[in-house]
Design a protein around this ligand. Structure first.
Ligand code: BES
Ligand code: ZN
Length: 877
C-alpha cells in the first residue's frame, strides 16, 4: 500500500550478464525450517553485475570463487542480491562458482509457491511450485526463464517422509543418522528454474512403462495417498495415450527414463509441467467412476496431456521472458484440445472449447483487464495466466494450423523444434519457423499484439439471374485505451454455401478477410433459389460474428449443416435473438427445431443432443448487453426461455428419460452422452412438473437415479436436479427428500475431499441457496482457507449467480474472501477478482455499490497481485 509496485516492460528486455552451466542443490528439511545449499557454476556473457534473485530467504553464507563474502561485499534487498566485484575487490571473472547457504521456513509458507507445506497431520507433505517466480523463494538464483542449466538435487529429510523426489533420474540414495535419509536426483536436460521441483512426502505409487518410438523404456509413476492410488488408472492411461499422440502427431518422443506425477491437495492451479516431475492438483489427476463426474474425468485426461505436451512446447523449447507465456501455453492448449478432439466427437470438443473461450476470454477482452495475447507490461506475472494468453493464444495457433493444412503445419512445427530445441525463444521465433513453410503466418503477429475481440459483420446478396452470391465481410475491433488504434487482422472465415432445396453443400471454402472490408463473389451457383450461408464454420476465428439470418435459415442450418459446431451455433444464435430482442417468431422456430433435432440425435449422438439444449448462463448473457446490465432482468428472461422450452417439450421429457436407461458404467463417448442427456432431461422433467400433480412422480425418478446410480455422473446429476428445484417444492415430503439426499451424499463421501467439493458446489450454485447460506458454507467446518479447491467451490457458485453476487451482501462475502486471502495466498486472491472486471456495465444503482466496495477493498489489501488486478478493474491504468 506504500510505494506503487514497479511495472516491467517487454521493450526493456535484456539478456542476463551471466549464464549458468550447472547447479547443485542440497535441500535439507527439518521440523521447523529447511536449509538450502547451492553451488552454481556461471559464465559471463556480458559485462555487468551478477544479479541473483531471492525473496523471503535468510542468507547464511555466500562464497564466490573460494572467497567468503560479508555484508560489505554485496547489496541485498527484499528482491535481489547484487554482486559487483569479488570480495577482494577484483572484477568479476569470466567463470564463477557461487556457493550460497540459505534458511527458509516452508512450514509457514501458505502462498502455495516456492517450497510449501500441504496437507496436515499424517498427510503432511512438502512440495514446490516454482512457475513463474517461485524458485527465488527457495534459493538465490538468476530465476528467469532464459537461464537454462543442468540441475543435480540432493533432498534430505526425516524418514517419516519416505518419498523424496526431484527432477530427472535417481542417482543415489541412502540412510543417515537420526532417523534421516536422502536421495540425489540428476536432470540431464538443461532447464530454467521455473521447471524445478522437489517433494518430501509419504505417498504410494502406481507404476507402469512406456517404450518410446525411439526405443527408450520409460518408467511411469503416479504418486498419491495410499487410498487414492486406485484412482490413478485414468491418468496413467491418459499419460500413455499422450506420449503416443505426441509421437504420432508431432513426431516428438519423451527424452528421460522416468516420468513422475505427484498428486497434491493444496494447489493454486490445475497442474504443473516440471521436468520429469509433474505436480498435479488432486482434482486434476484422480478419477474413478464412483467419485468423479464425466466432465471431470475428461478434463483429467486433457490436463495430463497438456502437462505432458509441455515437455516439448515449454520445457525443451522455453520462453525467453514471461511476456512470451502464450508461446508455451497457447500452443500447448491447442495441442491438448486436438488430443481431446481425437478421443471424443470433435464437434462436441469444439463446442466445449469455444464455450470456454467465449465465456472466459471474450468477457476478459470486453472488460477492463483486456490485454494482448502477448502483453507488453505487467506488475505481477501471476496475474497474466489468463484466458487471453491461454485460450485466445490457442486459437491463434489453430487458425494458422488450419490455414497451413496438416502437412505444412507439421513441416512448420518440425522446423520450430529443429531450430530452437534447448533454447528460450519468442513469439517472433515461432512465427519465423512457421513462415519458413507458409509466408502467410507472419501476418498473425498482429493477433498476438492487438487486444479486444474483433467483430466480423457479414451481409450477402444473391442475384437469381446470374446465380451469383455476393458476400461482404468487414471487421471492427474496440480501441482499448493505452494501445495503438486497431489494425485489420487476418481472419479466416470458413464458409459453406447450401442449396436450399436439397440441403446439399454447393461450395465450401475458407475466405481470408485481411482488410477492414472485402467482398467475395461466387458465380454460377447451381441452385434455383437464394442459397443458405454458413459462416465461421467450426469457429474458424476467435471473433464475434454479426450476420442477420432469418429464423428459418438458422433452423435449416441446424438440420443440414455437416459441421456439428455450426449446428450447435445455430441454436445459440436463435437463443440469443430470443433473449436479446424477445422475438416471438424466432422463439417458435427455435423450439420446434430443437425438439426435432434432439429427437433425431438422442440415440445417435446424445452428447450433441444435450448441447443443443444449451441456454447460455446468466454470466455469459451479461456479455450481450452493452450497458445498463441488470442481472435480475437477464435472469428473468433466461428463466422464461427455459420454462418455455421445458413446457414446449413437456410431453417429451418422460419419454426421452425412459429411453435412456441407466447401464453399467462405461467410459465411452456414447455412454457419456447418454448420461449427460439423461441428466439434462431429468432436470427439465422436474422443472416442467414442479407445482403439478406429477411432481412427486418425477421426484421418484430422481430419487431412484440417485439411489441406484452406477457412477458419480448419475448420482450428482440427480442430486443437482433435486437441489435446483428445491424452491418450487411445496410438498413437505418432497422437501424433506432433498435435505435427506444432501445429507446422504455428505455422509457417503465424508472422507473424500474432492467429492465434498462437489457437495459444496452443488449447494453454492443452486438458485435457492441464499447469501446467508453461502456465508454459512464459508463458516462450515468443512471450509478450509488453505485449500483453493474448497474456496473455489463456494466462491465459484457465487460468481455464477450474478443476481446474488452484485448485491451489498454478495459483494461483502465475495470481497471478504479476497481480502482474507490477500496476505496468505495473493495469487489466488487476485485470480478470484477476474469475474468482477465488468462491474462498470451494471445499472447505476448496482454500479455505485460495486465501485464503493471495490474501492474499499483497495484500501484493505497490500499484495501487488491484488493491487494490480484491482487497479485494472477500477480503471486506474
Ligand atoms: N504451467 C501451468 C501451470 C501454472 C500456471 C503454474 C501459472 C504456475 C503459475 C500449466 O501448464 C497449466 O497451464 N495448467 C493449467 C491447466 C491446463 C490444462 C490449461 C491450469 O493449471 O489451470
Ligand atoms: Zn500449461
Amino acid at each position: 500500500m506504500t510505494t506503487k509496485p514497479t511495472k516491467i516492460y517487454l521493450k526493456d528486455y535484456q539478456a542476463p550478464n551471466f549464464s549458468v552451466t550447472t547447479v547443485n542443490l542440497d535441500i535439507k528439511l527439518f521440523d521447523d525450517h529447511a536449509t538450502v545449499d547451492s553451488v552454481i557454476n556461471m559464465q559471463k556473457q556480458s559485462e555487468g553485475d551478477l544479479i541473483l534473485l531471492g525473496r523471503d530467504l535468510q542468507l547464511i553464507q555466500l562464497e564466490i570463487n573460494g572467497q567468503i563474502f560479508n555484508e560489505e561485499n554485496y547489496q541485498l534487498d527484499k528482491e535481489q542480491l547484487v554482486i559487483k566485484k569479488l570480495a577482494d575487490g577484483a572484477p568479476l571473472p569470466n567463470e564463477l562458482t557461487v556457493k550460497t547457504q540459505v534458511k527458509i521456513v516452508p512450514q509457514k509458507n501458505t502462498s502455495l509457491e516456492g517450497l510449501y507445506i500441504a496437507g496436515e497431520g499424517d498427510d503432511v507433505m512438502f512440495t514446490t511450485q516454482c512457475e513463474a517466480e517461485g524458485f527465488r523463494k527457495i534459493t538465490f538464483y538468476p530465476d528467469r526463464p532464459d537461464v537454462l542449466a543442468e540441475f543435480t538435487t540432493r533432498v534430505e529429510a526425516d524418514k517419516k517422509f519416505p518419498t523424496l523426489l526431484s527432477n530427472g533420474h535417481l542417482i543415489e540414495q541412502g540412510e543417515l543418522a537420526n532417523n534421516r535419509h536422502f536421495a540425489v536426483w540428476h536432470d540431464p536436460a538443461k532447464k530454467p528454474s521455473y521447471l524445478f521441483a522437489c517433494v518430501f512426502a509419504d505417498l504410494s505409487v502406481m507404476q507402469d512403462k512406456y517404450t518410446t518410438i525411439e526405443g527408450r523404456e520409460v518408467l511411469l509413476e503416479i504418486y498419491a495417498k495410499e487410498k487414492d492410488i486406485e484412482k490413478c488408472h485414468v491418468a496413467m492411461q491418459a499419460l500413455k495415450d499422450s506420449m503416443k499422440w505426441d509421437e504420432d502427431n508431432y513426431g516428438r518422443a519423451y527424452d528421460l527414463d522416468r516420468f513422475m506425477i505427484v498428486a497434491v491437495s493444496q494447489f493454486n492451479m490445475g497442474a504443473m509441467e516440471n521436468k520429469g516431475l509433474n505436480i498435479f492438483n488432486t482434482a486434476c489427476v484422480l478419477s474413478t467412476p464412483e467419485k468423479t463426474t464425466d466432465p471431470r474425468t475428461s478434463s483429467v485426461k486433457g490436463i495430463i496431456a497438456h502437462e505432458y505436451f509441455h515437455n516439448w512446447t515449454g520445457n525443451r523449447i522455453t520462453c525467453r521472458d514471461w511476456f512470451q507465456l502464450c508461446l508455451k501455453e497457447g500452443l500447448t492448449v491447442f495441442r491438448d484440445q486436438s488430443f481431446s478432439a481425437d478421443h471424443q466427437s470433435s464437434a462436441v470438443q469444439r463446442i466445449e472449447d469455444v464455450d470456454i473461450l467465449r465465456s472466459a476470454q471474450f468477457s476478459e477482452d470486453a472488460g477492463a483487464l483486456a490485454h494482448p495475447v502477448r502483453p507488453e507490461s505487467f506488475v505481477e506475472i501471476n496475474n497474466f495466466y489468463t484466458p487471453t494468453v491461454y485460450e485466445k493464444g490457442a486459437e491463434i495457433c489453430r487458425m494458422m494450423a488450419n490455414m497451413m493444412g496438416k502437412e505444412k503445419y507439421r513441416q512448420g512445427t518440425d522446423e520450430y523444434f529443429r531450430r530452437y530445441d534447448g533454447q528460450a525463444v519468442t513469439v517472433e521465433d515461432w512465427l519465423s519457423a512457421l513462415s519458413s513453410v507458409d509466408k502467410r503466418t507472419a501476418d498473425f503477429i498482429k493477433w498476438y499484439r492487438q487486444p479486444a475481440t474483433p467483430t466480423v459483420t457479414a451481409t450477402s446478396d444473391f442475384d437469381n439471374e446470374s446465380k451469383t452470391l455476393t458476400l461482404n465481410l468487414s471487421q471492427h475491433s474496440r480501441h482499448v485505451a493505452g494501445y495503438d488504434k486497431p489494425i485489420a487482422l487476418p481472419i479466416p472465415v470458413a464458409t459453406a454455401i447450401f442449396d436450399k432445396t436439397s440441403g446439399e453443400i454447393l461450395l465450401e471454402k475458407t475466405l481470408m478477410l485481411t482488410d477492414f472490408e472485402q467482398t467475395f463473389t461466387f458465380e454460377n451457383l447451381a441452385t434455383e433459389q437464394a442459397p443458405v450461408l454458413s459462416l465461421l464454420r467450426d469457429f474458424s476465428a476467435p471473433v464475434n460474428l454479426e450476420f442477420n439470418q432469418s429464423a428459418e435459415e438458422l433452423a435449416f442450418l441446424l438440420e443440414h449443416e455437416t459441421n456439428g459446431f455450426n449446428r450447435w451455433q445455430a441454436t445459440q444464435t436463435l437463443v440469443n435473438q430470443v433473449l436479446k430482442n424477445g422475438d416471438k417468431h424466432y422463439k417458435e422456430v427455435y423450439l420446434k427445431a430443437v425438439q426435432k433435432a434432439v429427437h433425431q440425435l438422442a440415440k445417435t449422438d446424445p452428447m450433441l443432443a444435450t448441447r443443443l439444449l444449451d441456454i447460455p448462463s446468466e454470466r455469459d448473457l451479461s456479455l450481450l448487453v452493452k450497458g445498463d446490465y441488470d442481472p435480475q432482468a437477464i435472469k428473468a428472461k433466461r428463466e422464461q426461455l427455459k420454462t418455455d422450452l421445458a413446457k414446449f417439450m413437456a410431453n417429451d421429457w418422460l419419454n426421452l428419460y425412459q429411453n435412456l436407461p441407466m447401464q453399467a458404467y462405461e467410459d465411452t463417448p456414447q455412454a457419456k452422452g447418454v448420461r449427460a442427456l439423461r441428466n439434462t432431461v431429468l432436470a427439465m422433467l422436474l422443472k416442467t412438473t414442479a407445482n403439478t400433480p406429477n411432481f412427486t412422480e418425477s421426484c421418484k425418478l430422481a430419487v431412484s437415479q440417485y439411489d441406484n446410480a452406477s457412477c458419480m455422473t448419475e448420482r450428482l446429476g440427480a442430486l443437482g436436479a433435486m437441489v435446483n428445484r428445491e424452491n418450487e417444492i411445496t410438498d413437505e415430503i418432497d422437501f424433506n427428500l432433498v435435505a435427506e439426499k444432501l445429507e446422504d451424499f455428505y455422509q457417503r463421501f465424508a472422507d473424500e475431499p474432492l467429492v465434498i467439493d462437489m457437495w459444496v458446489a452443488v449447494q453454492a450454485n443452486a438458485d435457492c441457496t441464499s447469501l446467508d447460506e453461502i456465508q454459512a458454507l464459508i463458516e462450515h467446518k468443512e471450509f478450509d482457507w488453505g485449500t483453493p479447491n474448497r474456496i473455489r467451490s463456494v466462491i465459484g457458485g457465487l460468481a455464477n449467480s450474478p443476481v446474488k453476487l452484485w448485491s451489498e451482501q454478495g459483494l461483502d462475502i465475495y470481497l471478504g474472501v479476497v481480502a482474507k486471502l490477500d496476505h496468505a495466498n495473493p495469487t489466488l486472491a487476485s485470480r478470484l477478482l477476474q469475474p468482477l472486471a465488468r462491474w462498470d456495465t451494471l445499472v447505476p444503482e448496482l454500479k455505485t455499490i460495486a465501485q464503493a466496495k471495490l474501492t474499499d477493498l483497495e484500501k484493505e489489501v497490500s499484495s501487488k497481485n491484488v493491487l494490480e488486478s484491482l487497479g485494472g478493474i477500477l480503471g486506474e491504468k
